[in-house]
Design a protein around this ligand. Structure first.
Ligand code: SF4
Length: 213
């Protein structure tokens, strides 16, 4: 039997194959322009589209792209100006949207999506509700295993997000997880999506460049 090359674990083509064998669709974008071309294919005019909070979506221009499309965009950032109830209505609207756009905290070499939420609205929409879920994953989010994904979250992603959001959690100071009891804790709902129940409902766009935390 041919010996497995360890670099295969992180080849985007191999990960795309594994995602497809997990009943997800997979695409590879070599740059931000090709990412937006793929979005053109996946999102049609007049769709209702929602999104999960994500640095990746802002950094890659996807939020501005969605604002510029002729769609019914449930814009959570804009809803924030109208208060907590407006945000909750947008989050609930995501469950009946045609498409939900998000990034992922990590993607394992087996093609499993690892995510952690404070409130849980994003992981809930990933698992159930919107007809289609588009997951955008920077190459910096690729990890060997769920264990490695969890380690990455605790030692980097969650503290960085807490700092970005100006939350009162100890990891902002320590730069690593303290398994806190803070009311601001963002690590509450953990999910690992191993396969898409409805074939092709989850579509993963693998970026051949780094984006997000
Ligand atoms: S559990 Fe608390 S301390 Fe640990 S990363 Fe999450 S928010 Fe930070």
């Amino acid at each position: 039997m041919a010996k497995k090359n360890v670099t295969d674990d992180f080849s985007l083509e191999k990960i795309a194959e594994r995602l497809r064998s997990n009943r997800m669709d997979a695409y590879i974008a070599s740059n931000p322009d090709s990412l937006l071309s793929i979005m053109d294919e996946l999102i049609s005019d007049d769709m209702t589209v929602a999104n999960g909070g994500s640095v990746t979506l802002s950094e890659t221009g996807v939020i501005e792209y969605l604002r510029g499309r002729r769609i019914n965009f449930l814009d959570k950032e804009k809803a924030r100006a109208d208060g907590v109830e407006a945000v909750r209505n947008v989050e609930l609207g995501a469950f009946s949207a045609d498409a939900y756009v998000m990034s992922t905290n990590a993607l394992t070499s087996k093609g499993w999506l690892y995510n952690v939420d404070g409130k849980g609205n994003r992981v809930a929409a990933l698992v159930y509700g919107p007809k289609s879920v588009i997951v955008i994953c920077g190459k910096n989010k690729l990890v060997k295993s769920v264990k490695a994904a969890h380690k990455r979250l605790k030692s980097y992603t969650a503290p960085a997000n807490c700092e970005r959001l100006a939350l009162k959690t100890p990891c902002v100071r320590t730069k690593t997880c303290m398994d806190c009891s803070s009311n601001d804790r963002i690590c509450n709902a953990y999910t690992v999506v191993r396969k898409s129940n409805i074939k092709g409902r989850i579509k993963v766009i693998l970026l051949d460049f780094e984006a997000g935390y």
